[in-house]
Design a protein around this ligand. Structure first.
Ligand SMILES: Cc1ncc(COP(=O)(O)O)c(C=O)c1O
Length: 374
């Protein structure tokens, strides 16, 4: 049986007609950079997200970097972030000469632990990056309250959770990526909303910040050849925007399909005592960018090997947390108690999940996982 971690080929075949036509439209317009397709997609994504400003850029790493640049931080300022995330989240902190402060995650939701965050705040803390990991939001209502008390801006790295809803304690809800001062995302092909190359975007409801983010992404200029601030070149191209616009119209269905896969996995592992299935936090819906289980025993690597032998591509996100990466041992950073992060690096395993998964594939995977523990 052929099982992919993410099946982009079959997903494309289902929307091929729409995508091919949209790409040909861009080719015919030959407005490859800053064409109407980019504005159109930004407008549609903005209305999907509830009216936030959407500033497209070249990828999710740039989005994080530009977000930090917009906060006018100085070398040595501290930025608090989880260590249990993709390298991009912390890489941009180091790149800008800032000091990353690594805090632990909640062991059940895998996202920034608000208690650990509170303990980590120092008089040098100038920003917080919370990560909506694996498809659900971090505990943003609490994180925003902690940050507000100290007037610290918060960036929400939403590369893995686009489409999720944050559920506030007063019953209201907002789309993930729009809760913090600046949200960022990646449109890398395997993301829940992915293009066929690289892409990213920033979100904010603050008009002044939106203007600044737009300028930074465009060489620091608002008026052509007038570079008022230092910026970068970071653009989403028109072909990717046209593809994203089509995929945006399928995003809700894609996220439902991912939830169906997660439900099937949960049911199959109900009686497998060695496995902890993913917890969906009470404050967020989940869009299952990853379906990540925790193996209570020390058999995670053997299970992965067993699955590989059966042709099942399970993966470890992330085998080495950032505070233990060689590159980060060489740059200024501050580490706090990272017990849960270091436990998860040895026990977490992500199973294949995507929009095209068949019942037969699911049965094959769950059978081999459960057999391993018999
Ligand atoms: C949490 C997180 N942040 C940032 C990024 C960076 O996005 P990109 O690869 O588009 O630069 C990713 C992508 O994998 C991610 O998962």
């Amino acid at each position: 049986m052929n099982i992919e971690l993410v099946d982009l080929k079959n997903q494309y075949l289902k929307i091929k007609k729409e995508v091919d036509a949209a790409v040909i439209d861009v080719m015919n317009s030959s407005k490859f950079i800053k064409g109407p397709a980019v504005q159109n997609f930004a407008k549609n994504l903005s209305s999907y997200l509830g009216g936030t400003y959407v500033i497209p850029c070249a990828n999710g790493t740039d989005a994080l970097q530009i977000a930090l640049m917009a906060l006018d931080l100085k070398p040595g300022d501290e930025v608090i972030t989880p260590s249990f995330t993709y390298i991009a989240t912390a890489e941009v902190i180091a790149l800008l000469g800032l000091t990353a402060v690594f805090v632990d995650v909640d062991p059940q939701t895998f996202t920034l632990d608000p208690g650990a965050l509170e303990n980590a705040i120092s008089d040098k803390t100038r920003a917080i990056i919370a990560v909506n990991l694996y498809g659900q939001c971090a505990n943003l209502e609490t994180i925003m309250q902690i940050a507000a008390a100290k007037q610290i801006p918060v960036i929400e790295d939403n590369a893995q959770a686009i489409g999720a809803d944050y559920l506030f304690s007063d019953g209201s809800k907002k789309k993930s990526g729009t809760i913090a001062h600046i949200g960022t995302t990646s449109f890398f092909p395997s993301k829940n909303l992915g293009c066929y190359g690289d892409g990213g975007a920033m979100f904010t409801s603050d008009q002044t910040l939106a203007k600044k983010l737009t300028m930074i992404a465009n060489h620091g200029q608002e008026k052509k050849y007038h570079h008022d601030i230092i910026g970068v070149n970071s653009r989403l191209d028109s072909i990717q925007a046209a593809i994203l616009d089509i995929k945006l119209s399928h995003l809700e269905q894609y996220n439902i399909s991912r939830n169906n896969v997660a439900d099937a996995y949960n049911m199959a592992f109900e009686n497998t005592s060695e496995i902890i299935t993913p917890k969906v936090a009470e404050y967020s819906t989940h869009v299952f960018h990853q379906y990540t289980i925790v193996i209570k025993t020390n058999q995670r690597d053997q299970l992965k090997e067993h699955l590989t032998q059966k042709g099942i591509p399970a993966n470890i996100y992330y085998p080495i947390p950032i505070h233990l990466q060689k590159g980060f041992l060489q740059v200024p950073n501050r580490k706090l108690d990272l017990t849960h992060t270091e436990y998860l690096m040895k026990h977490a395993l992500s199973l294949p999940i995507h929009t095209e998964m068949t019942t037969a594939q699911l049965q094959y995977i769950t059978r081999h996982v459960n057999e391993f523990f018999k």
